[in-house]
Design a protein around this ligand. Structure first.
Ligand SMILES: CC(C)(COP(=O)(O)OP(=O)(O)OC[C@H]1O[C@@H](n2cnc3c(N)ncnc32)[C@H](O)[C@@H]1OP(=O)(O)O)[C@@H](O)C(=O)NCCC(=O)NCCS
Length: 173
């Protein structure tokens, strides 16, 4: 990725001064709100909760410090001794798309998932109308698979969508 950037992972994010952290959550929520048809919407407070709960990765522009991209993993629970992690809320600011940042964010999230939960089932849910995202997950080698029903993901989130299994990507790294 050629754009000069800073990467913050969840522990570094939480060390930011309160004011900066609040601003970051607001910016992530605002960026997501620009994509109402392809993304589940979250308030800044909910984003802050994700930052405390799991793996979140934030990329900012090194010069302007503005938010470039965001991704989180969300733990849906476990089933038969296996943890189920969703990689979601993947977002890159319009101005920065097509430079490999989306790929980078997913790879980073996968690395963290692997370090935290060796035996995790890692998946993504992408809406059928979301061509750039479908393309991205296919191009990194994610396998189309139904979203595990027992997780109880609300219907409004998964219809009409494609489920991707990314587990093979954490074991092959
Ligand atoms: C999906 C998204 C994160 C991709 O981010 P990005 O930084 O542009 O991704 P990358 O630069 O790593 O490129 C992704 C691939 O998509 C391709 N691509 C970019 N725009 C595309 C488009 N409009 N249609 C199809 N493919 C596209 C790129 O050429 C690249 O292809 P490659 O893998 O063959 O090289 C970005 O488009 C986005 O934020 N979309 C809105 C939010 C969203 O829908 N998030 C996903 C929710 S599941």
């Amino acid at each position: 990725m050629k754009i000069p950037h800073n990467v913050y992972q969840e522990k570094e994010i939480l060390k930011l001064p309160q004011e900066k952290l609040r601003h970051l959550c607001y910016e992530v929520s605002r960026l997501i709100s620009e994509n109402p048809k392809t993304m589940v919407q979250y308030s800044p407070l909910r984003i802050l909760k994700f930052m405390h709960d799991g793996i979140t990765i934030v990329i900012t522009d090194k010069e302007s410090n503005k938010l470039i991209g965001f991704v989180k993993t969300y733990r849906w629970g476990s089933h038969q001794g296996r943890i189920y992690l969703e990689i979601g809320s993947l977002i890159v600011d319009k101005k920065y798309r097509g430079h490999g940042i989306g790929h980078f964010l997913v790879r980073e999230a996968l690395l963290y998932a692997k370090n935290l939960h060796q035996n995790a089932y890692v998946f993504a849910v992408v809406r059928l109308i979301n061509q750039p995202s479908l393309h991205l997950f296919k191009s990194i080698g994610a396998i189309e698979k139904p979203i595990p029903q027992f997780l109880g993901i609300p219907d409004k989130r998964v219809v009409p969508s494609v489920g991707f299994d990314l587990t093979n990507l954490i074991t092959s790294e």
